[in-house]
Design a protein around this ligand. Structure first.
Ligand code: AMP
Length: 279
């Protein structure tokens, strides 16, 4: 397995694949890899001739400096986990490489996506995400790029950027991986104690309840029932919204075929997000 830290060295390593018209897949990550990330890497490995996995903790998408500083860094273990996969090229760039001096990025209008859920509670977050993804896509120039549905709104933002930018990379959505108790895998789980992991199950339990209640109640009613249920647990709710997953508008009286419940909550100082289709 090889690691690369510059655009030039990565590109020369990919040259042979390009010369043979091979398919290049890309899995951008912020490291502290877990099985959720690895499920994306596995999917990309199955579908592509070469896979670039980037590990870069992007400062511009953290609206909270402390969250950035506390973001876990487990590079050595990450490389060990990735060494199990063939075809992988790991890109571990510096900030100068990701954000060169002649960077010409202009913020894009994300419309409604910047106004609700993560957009509302983490101002500037998605502009940071789009900026880093745009720059990484320019560096890697992959045929396919893999993103998790765990970050449901992020995926929508990236799709929107891709359309607005006329980007040719195909965006591939990937299912959320959970542990056996239902907790969505996240790098931030490394900061949870065993008790906090149990407390955090309230997120998954609430999402399951919503699927049950949706059969008999309107989205607005279900939302209130879900908030009451959630608040009996130990986490501090930031938002719980039932939205249409295509248009990102709150559902009130009627369910649509694409209803999604999105939750963000704090377990102590750790911010967790999760979502589920309400089918
Ligand atoms: P991150 O390192 O948190 O930026 O995540 C890198 C990629 O992995 C993103 O596309 C995430 O949506 C995806 N991801 C994170 N957690 C999971 C999970 N539990 N299951 C599947 N994909 C995930």
């Amino acid at each position: 397995m090889f690691t690369y830290s510059t655009r030039v060295s990565l590109e020369s390593a990919l040259q042979e694949v390009r010369n043979q018209n091979g398919t290049i897949g890309f899995v951008p990550t912020m490291g502290a890899l877990h099985e959720g990330h690895l499920s994306l890497v596995q999917k990309a490995s199955n579908e592509c001739d070469a896979v670039v996995v980037s590990i870069y903790v992007n400062p511009t998408q953290f609206n909270n400096q402390e969250d950035f500083l506390k973001y876990p860094n487990t590079l050595e273990k990450d490389l060990e986990l990735l060494s199990e996969f063939p075809k992988i090229k790991v890109f571990v760039p510096s900030s100068d490489e990701v954000y060169p001096k002649d960077d010409s990025y202009e913020p894009i209008d994300l419309g409604q996506l910047d106004l609700i859920l993560e957009g509302k509670y983490r101002p500037g977050h998605f502009q940071g995400v789009v900026h880093v993804v745009r720059n990484l896509l320019q560096i890697v120039n992959p045929h396919l790029a893999y993103f998790g549905l765990k970050d449901f709104q992020q995926l929508a933002v990236i799709r929107k950027f891709s359309i607005l930018n006329g980007d040719e990379t195909q965006i591939i959505p990937c299912e959320t991986l959970r542990d056996s108790s239902g907790l969505a895998l996240s790098s931030r789980n490394l900061r949870l104690s065993e008790k906090e992991k149990v407390d955090s199950l309230i997120i998954y339990q609430t999402l399951l309840k919503i699927k049950e209640w949706r059969l008999l109640h309107s989205p607005e009613e279900v939302k209130q029932m879900a908030i009451d249920f959630f608040n009996d647990g130990a986490l501090k709710l930031e938002y719980l919204e039932i939205i249409d997953g295509t248009h990102f508008v709150t559902l009130k009286d009627q369910w649509t075929t694409n209803g999604v419940c999105c939750i963000a909550a704090y377990c102590g100082e750790v911010r967790l997000i999760d979502n589920m289709y309400c089918e």
